[in-house]
Design a binder for this molecule. Structure first.
Ligand SMILES: *Cc1c(COP(=O)(O)O)cnc(C)c1O
Length: 387
């Protein structure tokens, strides 16, 4: 394998359409939020269906911040979210002075445990933030029922879940208040950096649009094309600078057109892994329920005790064979800031802790060839055979 190039853990798939659209944007002279961002938002709403409004932002983190601001999270408010996630899910609660209440997950799916949500509810609880780990939907019936019963808001962190369905409905079109997708470089589609906030609630949409751009009552492009004087605007709140540029949206327009094809390829690759690795001492990731779609952003393996190799050593051996792997996630309860500021310890999160100790994500992305995937399979088999 000396002469085979290193296979990175993740790579985006950007083609001539994206490149040409970006060039067209650069030549047009309008490079900030404008016609391309508007088109991308409209295309995204029609992709999801269900009469949602889409609001393009410069990251999912920004979108989650806007979402929590719009539903009114403030100092003292508690927001329940899983330990098994990226820090962005929790940090946005802190931006608003709120308290993230971090709970354990379910072993089979890595997703937030509805029973743990129920047990964590207090007088101060305002919202639940489910995360659809790896692209497999949380049990949204259970979560929405708890929210309804206790009068809580739901903001879905759908950074992995494009496209994902729950009981036949696309994530983004359920009864939640707001759902946020990520277009970070390694996600299922990318704009380099970017995100999309979607909601069916017109009031929340209006607040998010205003807060996305400094609390200005009309955005730069509106002012540019509108009949009233272009120089006039009103500040109605101390907003943020979270708008998506047309350069990013130009990529998004074409990535979105390719998304169904991307999902089919990811699905086929996941099926190949599930079949080729089934006889090994691994716990393979669960598939979606019959008729539902898994976005397959990640392919998370768990090394069983019988594998006889520690996760960290497994990753080193894979790298020696030229394969990049990763870990999703280092749970929040192990991160110094969250551990200390929320007084967390591993005993409070037995499931997330044991998942973390065993988990390794192997490469799964559309730019991989069949030969690339066979190399990964051969490497996993060889590392385990020699353990
Ligand atoms: C990637 C990710 C985010 C943040 O997305 P950005 O677009 O980079 O801000 C949030 N939550 C989860 C679970 C993620 O994986």
């Amino acid at each position: 394998m000396q002469n085979t190039p290193f296979l990175p853990f993740a790579l985006p798939e950007l083609g001539e359409e994206e490149i040409n659209e970006v060039v067209d944007t650069l030549r047009s002279g309008w490079v900030t939020t404008g016609p391309k961002a508007k088109q991308f938002e409209a295309d995204f709403s029609s992709f999801l269906g269900g009469d949602v409004e889409s609001i393009a932002v410069n990251s999912a983190t920004a979108g989650l911040h806007l979402a929590l601001e719009a539903i009114g999270i403030g100092p003292g408010d508690e927001v329940i979210l899983p330990s098994y996630t990226f820090t962005a899910t929790a940090e946005v609660v802190r931006y608003l002075g709120g308290t993230p209440v971090i709970v354990d997950v379910l072993e089979e799916t890595f997703n937030i445990d509805p029973a743990a949500i129920e047990a964590a509810i207090t007088e101060k609880t305002r919202a639940i933030m489910p995360v659809h780990f790896a692209g497999l939907s949380c049990d949204m019936d259970a979560i929405l029922q708890i929210a309804r019963r206790h009068g809580l808001k739901v903001v879905e962190d759908a950074a992995h879940a494009l496209p994902t369905t729950w009981k036949g409905s696309k994530i983004g079109t359920l009864e939640s208040d707001i759902t946020v997708f990520s277009f970070y470089a390694n996600k299922t589609m990318t704009t380099g950096e970017g995100g999309m906030l979607v909601t069916r609630n017109a009031e929340l949409a209006k607040r998010c649009r205003i807060m996305r751009l400094h609390g200005i009552s009309r955005d730069a492009f509106d002012r540019y094309v509108s009949k009233t004087p272009a120089w006039f605007y009103e500040i109605v709140a101390p907003g943020f600078k979270y708008n998506m540029s047309d350069v990013a949206a130009a990529m998004g327009i074409h990535q979105l057109r390719r998304l169904e094809g991307f999902q089919l390829k990811r699905q086929a690759m996941a099926e190949r892994y599930l079949e080729a690795l089934s006889d090994l001492p691994l716990v393979l990731p669960p598939v979606a329920a019959a008729g539902d779609m898994h976005a397959w952003h990640l392919f998370p393996l768990r090394l069983r005790a019988e594998a006889n190799i520690k996760r960290d050593d497994f990753i080193i051996k894979m790298a020696e064979l030229g394969i990049g792997c990763s870990v999703h996630f280092i749970p929040l309860h192990l991160q110094p800031y969250w551990r200390e500021s929320c007084a967390l310890s591993p005993e409070q999160f037995p499931v997330a802790q044991s998942l973390f100790e065993q988990e390794v994500s192997i490469p799964l992305y559309t730019k991989m060839t069949e030969a690339d995937q066979e190399r990964v399979i051969a490497a996993v088999r060889s590392v385990l055979a020699n353990a």
